[in-house]
Ligand binder design. Structure first.
Ligand code: SF4
Length: 262
């Protein structure tokens, strides 16, 4: 069965590098993966395409009023097919609305989308604004993952995402900890995941190999395939493909969340 999954988490927490590395690791196994970046920064796919920025769907729609698949969908490392939604016009458009328009336009023209076994949506922000829940509300996404660190603000965003998922009756399949060198980080995120009743799928340590590969326009799977980090992403990819322990999450009370981080 096709897997349609979304990765959520506070801006700057490492969603794009996790999404692109997981996609590269799945591609390595011969799985047909499509990565759809929904972040206005359009940097989800850059490390799968040798550092190249691709034209976004929104920009192309604005210029031409329509899109062809060959203009906005590009094959990258390990056969991962990439598309970038792009951003709204500053001060005018709505990012959430842009995601709907762009993905619906893509669905009409994209054979790659139909042919993919796994579609990964890299979604910005937290679900406080309904706009960012669009991939779920439009039925594009059937399972969600949250990335956080052990710091309070990313956890606060992660908890809000859980509130949104509960409202939308959408299961959470797991929490991923991206290390930011907070004290007791692993323990805090493990306790957060366990309070939600889902597994912590991976603990991604801070490692300069990730930045080095990013600077070279590569995923870690491509740039440093024998590194411990590459194996961490490979294991995470496998868990995302096989994890069955999903659950519509019950968010923590703010007070309980605060206690968790103290
Ligand atoms: S915050 Fe929400 S409503 Fe506002 S532009 Fe972004 S997606 Fe649209």
């Amino acid at each position: 069965m096709k897997k349609h999954l979304a990765i959520y988490g506070k801006g700057g927490i490492g969603k794009s590098s996790t999404a692109s590395n997981v996609a590269a690791a799945m591609g390595e196994k011969g799985i047909k993966v499509m990565l759809i970046g929904c972040d206005p920064k359009s940097d989800s796919s850059i490390t799968l395409l040798g550092g190249r920025r691709i034209p976004t769907i929104m920009d192309t729609l604005r210029k031409k009023g329509k899109i062809e698949e060959s203009e906005v969908v590009f094959e990258g490392f390990n056969g991962v097919v990439c598309a970038e939604v792009g951003g709204p016009e500053p001060g005018v458009g709505c990012a959430g609305r842009g995601i709907i328009v762009a993905v619906q336009a893509l669905q009409k023209v994209s054979r790659a989308m139909k042919a993919s076994d796994v579609i990964i949506y890299d979604v910005p922000g937290d679900i406080v604004c309904g706009g960012f829940a669009v991939p779920i509300t439009k039925g594009m996404v059937r399972e969600a993952y949250i990335i956080t660190s052990g710091e309070y603000m990313p956890l606060y965003a992660a908890n809000n995402i859980c509130r949104g998922l509960k409202t939308l009756n959408t299961p959470l399949s797991g929490v991923i900890c991206n290390e930011r060198e907070a004290e007791r980080e692993r323990e805090i995120v493990e306790r957060f995941a366990s309070a939600l009743g889902v597994p912590m799928l991976a603990y991604i340590p801070r490692d300069k190999v990730v930045q080095e590969c990013e600077r070279a326009g590569k995923s870690v799977i491509e740039g440093s395939p024998r590194s411990a980090m590459a194996d961490i992403y490979r294991r995470l990819a496998m868990r995302m493909l096989t994890e069955k322990d999903k659950k519509v999450p019950e968010a923590l009370e703010d007070e309980d969340l605060r206690k968790l981080t103290q």
